[in-house]
Design a protein around this ligand. Sequence first.
Ligand SMILES: Cc1cc2nc3c(=O)[nH]c(=O)nc-3n(C[C@H](O)[C@H](O)[C@H](O)COP(=O)(O)OP(=O)(O)OC[C@H]3O[C@@H](n4cnc5c(N)ncnc54)[C@H](O)[C@@H]3O)c2cc1C
Length: 439
Amino acid sequence: MLELPLVLDERTERHGEPREGDFVVYWMRMAVRGHDNPALEVAIQAAERLGLPVFVYWAISERYPYANDRLHTFALEGVRDAARELADRGIALAAHVQREGHRGRHLESLARRAALVVTEDVPVAPFPRWTATVRAVAPVWEVDASCIVPPRLLGRGFTRAFRYRDAAEPYRVDRIGRRFAGATPTRSTLPELPFTPVDLEGDLAALVGACAIDHGIGPVPHTRGGAQAGYARWEAFVSGGHLKRYARTRNDPTRPEGVSRMSAYLHWGHVSPFRIAEDADGEGARKYLDELLTWRELAWTWCRYTPDHDRVSALPQWARATLSAHEGDPRTLRSWETLARGRTGDPLWDAAQHSLLRHGELHNNVRMTWGKAFIGWTPDAATAYTAMTDLNHRYALDGRDPASYGGLIWCLGGLDRPFSPELPVIGRVRPRGTARHAK
Ligand SMILES: Cc1cc2nc3c(=O)[nH]c(=O)nc-3n(C[C@H](O)[C@H](O)[C@H](O)COP(=O)(O)OP(=O)(O)OC[C@H]3O[C@@H](n4cnc5c(N)ncnc54)[C@H](O)[C@@H]3O)c2cc1C
């Protein structure tokens, strides 16, 4: 068995051991950075021990759910920064963009020649299914590169934040402040490739334009992808004194500087959660760390151990029962179009939806109210969950993340407790009406 240092081994789910092959390939997908990246370090260390070259493969499909210009652009800007960082470390990266004339099962053909494929452990769609196709042809190691406490160490999911916090606390002690310094591999060259890699220093907009994706959802000009933009935003948050004031300002959506706006960068792995957690030091940062470590990692752990996290069957029994008991209550149904365009006539909700449409983000305090409204506008909980997931993932730059499912399921009573009194439509799920919030 190929040995790894404990700090990497504890993050690694091995599906097989390395075999004879030409190289080790790191299939980079959700930790798109050349620094502080345990998955990259596992790939380098495995290659060194095997005496093989290592390289990074990054690709973007036209077929991931909600593929659009906004998500594609952010992703490409991110990998451009990552490629520069990797080049500085002497690590080769080949990027493939699926588009007319450039389609094929390239990863599969690379995997067939690989001694080992290393990738990140991401518990939400489409990743587990994509990983399974590669596992069919090569040994694959999935490495957690997203959480301070790797979900696999806890061995189970948690349905309440306080329980997760208590269980994770002992694991955090040694892991906060742990960083993943990079070694330079002895050999990192690109093998003969079944595709021509794209030039990431070239015209990214033209590249996005050539893809068969939804061109109706444009990039967000003020939020560029990549480590450079991500850390610039983070440093402005810290040096502006906002981190210190976070506990007081985080709930005020009229003060965008009161929160870090890091979620898109964390979602795509453009910034390192390990660095953010280390920087968020001191008394003032306690609340920030609770959001980053408890709420975010609760969601990652819950998704990992709740395979139906994208369905209402994942709700606790009490929530399913109360929502089903109130299914016949009168409500005003809204079409997808009305919701997506933010034309319900409810001023707060429409403003929230416009924030998603225009900025690709939504302040947490308003996002909770936004999500709670769906149940009153759809015939049942399953339709509500599908509709909110659709709009969140389609427009938000941080969508399709485990934290997305944590937030969305919470709106229907998931990761929460029952409330009294019982109300029409929402039953015993925690209420949060738009009219009251707007006041
Ligand atoms: C309906 C709904 C949908 C959501 N969808 C997403 C989503 O698609 N992607 C996403 O990352 N988060 C989602 N969240 C959680 C939360 O709203 C965002 O993480 C947060 O608003 C991001 O803004 P920020 O970076 O300024 O957070 P800050 O307040 O600055 O917090 C710092 C970091 O902590 C984490 N965090 C903060 N609050 C939460 C939370 N409630 N749950 C999990 N992690 C949290 C995030 O990584 C965030 O970047 C959703 C919440 C709800 C109620």
